[in-house]
Ligand binder design. Structure first.
Ligand SMILES: *[C@@H]1O[C@H](CO)[C@@H](O)[C@H](O)[C@H]1NC(C)=O
Ligand SMILES: *[C@@H]1O[C@H](CO)[C@@H](O)[C@H](O)[C@H]1NC(C)=O
Ligand SMILES: *[C@@H]1O[C@H](CO)[C@@H](O)[C@H](O)[C@H]1NC(C)=O
Ligand SMILES: *[C@@H]1O[C@H](CO)[C@@H](O)[C@H](O)[C@H]1NC(C)=O
Ligand SMILES: *[C@@H]1O[C@H](CO)[C@@H](O)[C@H](O)[C@H]1NC(C)=O
Length: 790
């Protein structure tokens, strides 16, 4: 099969051109036909009914759609929606991005002039490690404030295609950095809070949107390019069980609880069907079951891909007709503009289906206030301007997000962190990621307000800094700079090695082949450690990366006194790293993904099964299922400079489940270990666990408590996860000896259940093991059939 790479390369080239064109765009849109208007519904066009803000949105939308010709309509179905000059509607670019700050990855957003940059938060995988739901929401709020301000300045659209909430199933995935990690519950919580931060208008009970978010990439997309299999050609073979309890929950929550205004279908096929033409996945699940209040957009060119690359349809017209009929509303790309009118003319699609898509699209724009006239005179957000971008408060939040996410992986009590500032006269700072800027913001970033590099952060603490990169870049193909680095380490009082990855190793379109440090990085670390043998010198290994690396050798080296994972920590990352190293901030982040040894790479990345399969020696995926026992650091791992004790204050030892009224006892579904969830009254399954937490050390710190369910062997053999996150809570700033209480509101239906092989939910009964911090608790879930009605 020929790979249609030519299809992809021209796209990215044309994007660069587009970018240039947009950068030089004047503040006033010049429309085809000669007239120019700055915004829709500007005088003299403000008298159309669709501009009348006193009318209900659906009336305004149907008024607008009714005025368009078919040729005008089809030009609205693509990201670069054409202007309609006779109605005073300027062109609209739907494609803006804001994964962790307003980004210029999409052509809808530009930097320059009044807006030279915007806050660049840590890459999502590090913010996820904070396990702080209010942080995720606060980030969304800042990003949407800056996005809205940039829109008012003519520098951004209002529709952002973020977040990326695919499950980080395989540590090699180049885009794992963009996601909140490997756990469906964590990803769901991240999605809901980030999306609410982006979209919600405080104090507004209507359907109004601050900006529109988009949950992507739907669904089972987590492979970019591995051993010749690329995302355009990949057919993800996914069981019903894995789809329902792993791949789908983040999307369901993003729409149902986050109320996201958009979902993006992915490039890949799911069980043979490209997701953008899958009517079950789009209309069936997204529209009908989850009630999407918004639009479905294709990933960029994925309608083209399903025709050109895999010939799923006979013709481009069929690709377009089938995808619209399946529930697609907007095409990132150009196929829908080119072929929709033909599809209607050939009778493959009715014009009313086109109108339906337009209604979804215009409803979102109406909810955003796009048709409410002059942006700068609007009641909501009209006053936001360039001075609301890169404010001190916004930049401080980026710094705080980096602090909250950083994970302490190893720390020797004798000579580990924090470094004691007065005793460190000379600090050797070594590694290819010491003096980096753009590495810290990862991909889908913009232009940051201001960088603080790790070098600058560490140098600000006053010790004499000896900087040796050790390698010329992260690929580290030569060992020629290692000697100089070892010499610097030898004469220093302490050493900080800042190693890891960057976008040359992991990115969109590039999955890793290896989990090891690239090139000679391992030699560099080993030689620095070796040379300090017997000196007790603190050597801190800082790993800057999105994905996990095989750090097993350094965990074992007693000379490496501490290890930190700092993700891609955003524009202020260097300061956060230095604050942690010198003890001005006590780290409390936890890993949102498991770390494995290099031997993990024997697994086929294309194998989407979450559950282990002993018959073929397949170990399963993520901490919920992986059973090989050689994980280096498991999901949820992370240390502190202090220690916390946990006390069980209250938790039930028994739960009694009641059946739904209409259950027929003769048709019992009970197998002794579980019962069908739909047969149980879930209100009877609620229970609370109350925990006491105390800081036992001498340093103030935050603490993340996680509650896990550990299913019994009897049901893990049927597919229940061996361990499953039920709930989590970050506790802020506990002083030495201070105590706090946390109450977890749990439900057996929600938290002690799993998806059976047929996709139906099963509730575990019998004795269930729960762990909270380092405490174990057993709760007996009782279930008795209603006595038969006599
Ligand atoms: C969560 O993050 C917010 C925003 O930075 C912060 O104010 C709050 O203290 C954090 N919560 C906890 C429990 O650490
Ligand atoms: C860090 O990199 C910048 C830009 O490449 C360079 O100007 C600066 O001198 C470097 N800093 C150090 C300490 O080498
Ligand atoms: C460590 O040092 C010893 C002797 O000091 C040497 O034999 C060994 O090869 C060194 N190992 C590494 C990895 O540099
Ligand atoms: C680390 O040490 C453990 C225990 O001695 C050993 O089993 C493991 O293989 C070592 N790992 C590496 C990468 O050296
Ligand atoms: C901690 O550091 C001390 C001093 O260098 C060393 O003797 C000890 O072996 C280290 N402990 C571990 C577990 O590596």
């Amino acid at each position: 099969m020929t790979m249609n790479l030519h299809l992809i390369i021209p796209l990215s080239l044309s994007l660069c051109l587009l970018d240039l064109l947009i950068r030089s765009r004047p503040d006033v849109f010049v429309l085809v036909g000669g007239s120019s208007v700055p915004y829709p519904c500007s005088p003299p066009y403000a008298s159309f009914n669709f501009c009348d803000t006193s009318l209900p949105v659906n009336n305004r939308v149907s008024d607008l759609v009714s005025m368009l010709t078919l040729d005008e309509k089809v030009m609205q179905l693509v990201n670069k929606a054409a202007g309609i000059s006779r109605l005073g509607i300027p062109p609209y670019e739907w494609w803006s991005e804001a994964l962790h700050g307003v980004s210029n990855t999409g052509p809808g957003t530009t930097f320059g002039g009044a807006v030279p940059g915007a806050v660049s938060f840590p890459q999502v995988i590090l913010s996820a490690a904070s396990f702080n739901v209010s942080l995720w929401k606060a980030i969304g709020q800042v990003v949407s404030t800056e996005g809205r301000a940039m829109y008012n300045e003519g520098h951004s659209g209002l529709t952002f295609w973020s977040p990326n909430i695919n499950i980080y199933r395989d540590p090699r995935w180049g885009r794992g950095q963009e996601t909140p990690g490997e756990d469906p519950y964590l990803s769901s919580e991240y999605a809901v809070n980030f999306v609410r931060g982006l979209q919600d208008v405080d104090g507004d009970s209507s359907d109004r949107l601050k900006v529109a978010a988009c949950c992507k990439h739907y669904t089972a997309y987590d492979l970019d390019n591995w051993q010749g299999v690329d995302r355009f050609h990949f057919n993800a073979e996914v069981t019903e069980q894995d789809l329902d309890d792993t791949y789908q929950p983040p999307f369901k929550n993003c729409l149902v609880n986050g109320n996201a205004a958009c979902i993006m279908c992915s490039y890949n096929r799911v069980n043979g069907v490209p997701s953008c033409v899958d009517k079950n996945l789009l209309i069936g699940t997204v529209r009908e079951q989850w009630g999407l209040n918004g639009y479905v957009v294709s990933d960029c060119d994925s309608v083209e891909v399903l025709y050109d690359s895999i010939h799923y349809t006979q013709s481009p017209v069929d690709a377009v007709a089938d995808s619209i009929l399946a529930g697609l509303n907007l095409n990132c790309g150009n196929f829908l503009a080119s072929y929709t009118a033909k599809a209607v003319a050939q009778g493959k699609l009715s014009e009313s289906k086109v109108d339906e898509s337009l209604s979804y699209l215009y409803t979102v724009l109406m909810r955003l206030g796009y048709f409410d006239g002059d942006p700068s005179s609007q009641m909501h957000f009209g006053s936001l301007s360039a001075s609301d971008v890169c404010t001190v408060e916004h930049r401080e939040l980026a710094l705080d997000a980096a602090r909250q996410g950083i994970v302490l992986l190893k720390n020797n009590a004798t000579n580990g962190l924090p470094l004691s500032q007065p005793t460190i006269k000379t600090l050797a700072v070594i590694g290819p990621n010491v003096n980096v800027t753009s590495t810290m913001i990862g991909n889908y970033a913009g232009i940051p307000c201001k960088y603080t590099t790790p070098f600058e952060g560490l140098a600000s603490y006053g010790a004499k800094v000896l900087y040796e990169p050790g390698c010329s870049n992260v690929a580290c193909t030569s060992s020629s700079m290692i000697d100089a680095a070892v010499k610097a380490a030898d004469v220093a009082d302490a050493v900080v090695l800042i190693m890891g990855l960057d976008q040359s190793q992991e990115r969109e379109g590039l999955d890793r082949k290896s989990l090891s440090f690239p090139g000679h990085q391992t030699d560099l670390i080993m030689q620095v450690a070796n040379s300090s043998k017997g000196t007790n010198k603190p050597i801190s290994l800082v790993i800057m990366s999105g994905g996990p690396v095989d750090v097993g050798f350094a965990v074992n080296l007693s000379e490496i006194s501490s290890i930190l994972w700092v993700g891609y920590p955003g524009e202020a990352g260097g300061q956060a790293i230095a604050e942690v190293i010198y003890g001005d901030y006590n780290p409390a982040g936890r890993l949102p993904m498991s770390w494995y040894p290099e031997s993990y790479t024997e697994l086929q990345m294309t194998d989407m099964h979450m559950r282990p399969d002993p018959t073929r020696g397949y170990p399963g995926r993520t901490y919920r299922f992986y059973n090989k026992g050689d994980t280096i650091y498991e999901f949820g791992y992370g240390l502190s400079f202090t220690t916390f004790s946990h006390t069980k204050l209250s938790a039930p030892s028994q739960i009694f489940l009641h059946d739904q009224q209409n259950i027929d006892s003769s048709q019992t579904s009970e197998h002794g270990q579980e019962v069908l969830l739909e047969e149980v009254q879930c209100a009877s399954s609620n229970f609370n666990v109350k925990l006491g937490v105390k800081n036992m050390g001498s340093i103030k710190g935050d603490h993340v408590v996680m509650v896990f369910w550990h299913a019994s062997k009897a049901i893990t053999s049927k597919g229940a996860p061996k361990k499953q996150l039920m709930a989590f809570e970050r506790i802020h700033g506990l002083y030495p000896q201070e105590e706090a209480e946390v109450v977890f509101k749990l439900s057996a239906c929600e938290h002690l259940s799993y998806v059976g092989k047929d996709g139906r939910k099963l509730l575990a009964i019998g004795v269930q093991k729960i762990s909270v911090g380092d405490i174990e608790h057993h709760v007996h879930v009782h279930h008795h059939r209603n006595s038969p009605n006599l």
